[in-house]
Design a protein around this ligand. Sequence first.
Ligand code: HEC
Length: 178
Amino acid sequence: MITEKHNKSMQPKKGSIIVILSLGIIIAFITSSGKTGKKHDDSKIYLPAALNANLNSQAPDTLPLLSIMTKLERDVNKISAGIWRHDFQMIKKGAKNIANHAKIPPRQVKLIKAILGPDQFKNFVKTDQRVHQKAVEIAKMADKQKLDLTTELFLEMERGCISCHVDHRNKIVSSDNW
Ligand code: HEC
C-alpha cells in the first residue's frame, strides 16, 4: 500500500523503492521477534537483545558496568521498600528490572575476562546468572503474595550480589586497565 502511494505521488525512483522495501523487512523482523518474545519463558534470562528489549522496553541493550550496578542498587532498594510495605507490585517491579538488566558492553566483558582469567571469569558469570535467576524467582513469588518466601529469595539474591563483590570487585576495580 505504501509503495503504491509513493508511486503515484512521485515519479517512481529505484532508490525510494529500495528504502521502502528494506523498511518493510525491518518492520517484519521486529514484529516477528516480538511474537517469539511473548512466548518466551521468563526463566530464560539470557535473551538476545531484541527479545530482552521486548520484555522491558526501557532496558537498553548495553550499559557500562558501573551504570548497571547503580540501577541494580536502586531496584534492590525498591524490593526492600516493597517488603516493608507488603507491596507486592513494587517487589515485582524491582525484581523484573533486575532480571532484565542491561548487558555489559562487549569491550568491558573482554576486559573483565582478561583481568580475572578464565576460571574466575566463569565464576563471575555464574554469580551474575544466580542473581538473575533469583530475581526471576522473586517476581514469581511476589505474584503469589508470599512475603516470607519472597524475603528469603531476596536475601539469597543479595548474597549473590555481595559474593561477586567479595570475590571479584577489588581485582577488577584496582586493575590499571579498568
Ligand atoms: C558478577 C559480579 C557482580 C554482581 C553479581 C553484582 N555486582 Fe555490583 N559490582 C560489581 C563490580 C565489578 C563493581 C565495580 C564496578 C566499577 O567500579 O566499575 C560493582 C559495583 C557495585 C556498586 C557500586 C557502584 C558505585 O557507585 O561505586 C553497587 C552499588 C553495586 N555493585 C550493587 C550491586 C547489586 C545491588 C547487585 C545485585 C543485585 C550487584 N551489585 C551484583 C560486580 C557485581
